[in-house]
Design a protein. Sequence first.
Lengths: 135, 135, 135, 135
Amino acid sequence: MEYNKIKDFISNNDQFAKANGIKLLEVAEGYAKTSMEINDKHLNAANVVHGGAIFTLADFAFAAASNSHNALALAINVSISFLNAAKSGTLYATAREVGRNKKLASYRVDITDEAGIVVAIFQGMVYIKKSSILK
Amino acid sequence: MEYNKIKDFISNNDQFAKANGIKLLEVAEGYAKTSMEINDKHLNAANVVHGGAIFTLADFAFAAASNSHNALALAINVSISFLNAAKSGTLYATAREVGRNKKLASYRVDITDEAGIVVAIFQGMVYIKKSSILK
Amino acid sequence: MEYNKIKDFISNNDQFAKANGIKLLEVAEGYAKTSMEINDKHLNAANVVHGGAIFTLADFAFAAASNSHNALALAINVSISFLNAAKSGTLYATAREVGRNKKLASYRVDITDEAGIVVAIFQGMVYIKKSSILK
Amino acid sequence: MEYNKIKDFISNNDQFAKANGIKLLEVAEGYAKTSMEINDKHLNAANVVHGGAIFTLADFAFAAASNSHNALALAINVSISFLNAAKSGTLYATAREVGRNKKLASYRVDITDEAGIVVAIFQGMVYIKKSSILK
């Protein structure tokens, strides 16, 4: 599989991740890693990183991992637990495939800060379509 | 309770919602409604609205509803199911309190498009701190 | 649709619900209601109703509602939040369809006690197979 | 910590697990493992192991792991994804602590069959009370 082509395609075409400063660092089989350098735009009214920003960071890794097989995969379900608030530095999300059949696949994502502290954990499922990502 | 003051405080101080064009329309007791007019910046690589954008829209309503009592509430857990992809128009999220005790409270959020089609459903829990939102 | 036939089929063939005293009270289109009269066998080591018993009560309503269309539906994802502990009396679970397309459908389930207090809330998704329930 | 005393206390007092043939095999710090030998009583109307039985197996490991510190911990939130149906043999659930602070702690649980195939994955959070398990 041409994981770098998939990485480039997703990196270049995900407008929401781009607009929010979230980068796709790695894509491999059933695996992806993303990062987000925290700035003021990521904060909520309680002055910590918005749940939506943490979710998006994780969801982007989940999307890349689940599309790494070059079959279009759409998120159908996600659960996220927030363990520790984050305020500054860089956050990372690492997505790993747990199971996959023809139509459905499941992933776990860890969201950590620079010190390796777990900020959130994420569990998600995708529905796999017949179309492919790369032409 | 001064719901309009809480609405203004959250609207003015949530940088991530602001940066992504998400508006807080209403706050009442255990209730809030938000909106997002879809533009290109909300799309993912599959050219539909990013799960992170839909989550953020819902999470912002959840945050406003759970903080409507003027006690600082932090999200600890959320599950979201994506039912229909969205591409254009305006999306709305409506959060309603299902239960609340001293330390924990639960909310359900509906995310719909302009035609009332359910785009996603969301279920979340907050942990309630001793500090208040307004001074 | 012959909802009573589906109700009878599920009632008669769900061994786990039967073994745990859980009854299927009603089935209609995208809807079902179940009940469980609490006894000592439903308790956990903290002497309150086991999360597994509450889940099973809700899951049984979810299964009946999602199979009410007479197409085999299998649970793929569930999130449950526990709001109040239960110790005695009868618990009820009411499942309602929120969305349904050819392959996936989503449900919300409320679990309440006799006084109408919300014990737990549940959100679930099924994958729809081509086989039918009734022959 | 006296993990064997906690294991014995939970094993002896969880009526619902006992009634359904679920055994607590191991308890260590933030860790527990349970097993369930499948029989007809665990099946649903589709003739595969009931989601409620799989949930209960996992929830029992989650309860033991989260109570392993000898502080009463109550489940507040769980998400479970079902990856593969199970019909016979023995299922195992392994719970591991991901994070813990004074009031909240998070766990991941893997449910596998005898061949190590992942049947389900589970993510749960507890609220920690001031009382202890052992006297």
